[in-house]
Design a protein around this ligand. Structure first.
Ligand SMILES: *Cc1c(COP(=O)(O)O)cnc(C)c1O
Length: 384
């Protein structure tokens, strides 16, 4: 089959329309080329209402939102913060910025999100050592919401605030609510590779207006209302620019379409790869409909031990970008000394899985072509 012409095919490139560009122009012309002004409030409202949460503050990144969220939940140096082992590093970085200690817990083998029994064991271990758990940060990995029906009652039972890392999951639906609506506060990312982008940005959401006000105040250099710059607390400069907020508002207006497209892409991969017994595609959890931010394929290591690497190299030769899933955080050199009781699911998923191109502009013919290459690379690995 002849390869499609539009190449290279990237993992998750941003989707920018003429309307987006026009919105940015308007943002620039509106006299608010600054991290302040009415466009920010408009963007915050549009995301908050898409998720069904009352309050939101737009920040320069999801990582910044995690850090300020932790601070607003009174996490301080020496506290423990619990993060899933299988995750992008940002929630762990945010905790480390505050001087918190890290404990990584394994993920569920089907949903790839925080495992509730591993969480309980870790909390008990920390308490037995006399430690205080400052926060639990479940991650809605690859757009699949974590199992909040199990995690929220545990957070409540142990009286530990839960901060939802929904950075990858905007538009995902859990049976109890949208991703970004769980816990004491939640974080969304608008990085260039996420489902909605502000060319870099993030947001903290909460039902608690005081929590959001405090974070907004910190993010604007802790300026108190006085004619001069009066500071009672250490501040940050982490507020999103209005110009970027205007891009965000324009993108969020298309959220349903963007989610639908990513889910269709995953369906196409299922159509072209689904009959191959030695692989499986990460699916929705039973309790949710994910946003299919990335389509992730897992190979059977008993028959194809090195498939993820071989397939990635074959795709790369054809200028198709794929990426291993997140390397478990307890295996990262920088987190060598953190706590992790066990994370066998995370380790196996890392060895066996690969993220495939999932950008909203992919066509069915692209997916068919990529799938053909995946299958032929798999046949080659079986032979060796
Ligand atoms: C992208 C991401 C973040 C961080 O968001 P940035 O906006 O890039 O700082 C946090 N957590 C997870 C799970 C992510 O994928």
């Amino acid at each position: 089959m002849k390869p499609p012409e539009r190449r290279p095919l990237l993992l998750s490139p941003p989707t920018i329309t003429e309307a987006d560009a026009e919105a940015v122009h308007e943002g620039l012309r509106g006299g608010w080329a600054a991290p302040a002004g009415p466009l920010l409030a408009e963007f915050e409202q549009s995301v908050a209402s898409a998720i069904g949460v009352a309050h939101a503050v737009a920040l320069t990144s999801g990582t910044a939102a995690l850090e300020l969220g932790l601070r607003a939940l009174n996490v301080t140096a020496g506290d423990w913060v619990i993060v899933p082992a299988l995750s992008f590093a940002a929630p762990a970085f945010a905790a480390a910025h505050i001087g918190a200690r890290l404990a990584f817990v394994d993920v569920d083998r089907d949903t790839w999100t925080m495992d509730s029994s591993a969480l309980v064991m870790t909390i008990r271990e920390i308490h037995a050592m006399g430690g205080r758990v400052g926060a639990i940060i479940p991650v809605d990995l690859y757009g699949n919401p974590a199992d909040y029906e199990k995690l929220l009652p545990l957070a409540q039972e142990f009286r530990i605030p839960l901060l939802e890392d929904a950075a990858e999951a905007l538009g995902a639906r859990h049976s109890l609510g949208m991703a970004g609506s769980f816990g004491a506060a939640a974080v969304i990312s608008f990085n260039g590779n996420k489902i909605v982008t502000t060319a870099g940005g993030g947001m903290l959401l909460s039902e608690d207006p005081q929590l959001i006000d405090r974070v907004r105040y910190w993010s604007q250099q802790s300026r108190t209302p006085a004619p001069w710059y009066e500071h009672e607390e250490i501040g940050y400069n982490l507020r999103l620019s209005s110009v970027l907020a205007s891009l965000g508002s324009s993108q969020v207006a298309r959220l349903d379409d963007l989610v639908e497209r990513r889910r269709s892409i995953r369906d196409w991969y299922r159509k072209y790869l689904g009959t191959e017994a030695s692989l499986s595609i990460l699916d929705d959890p039973t309790y949710a409909s994910g946003n299919a931010w990335l389509t992730v394929v897992r190979f059977d290591s008993r028959t194809h031990p090195d498939a993820a690497t071989c397939v990635r190299e074959c795709l790369s030769e054809q200028l198709v970008e794929s990426r291993p899933v997140f390397k478990p955080l307890h295996l990262q050199p920088v987190f060598e000394s953190s706590m992790c009781l066990a994370a066998r699911n995370s380790e196996a998923i890392f060895q066996e899985s690969l993220c495939l191109p999932s950008g909203a502009e992919l066509r069915e013919s692209d997916v068919e072509w990529i799938s053909d290459m995946v299958l032929s690379a798999l046949r080659d690995t079986r032979r060796t």
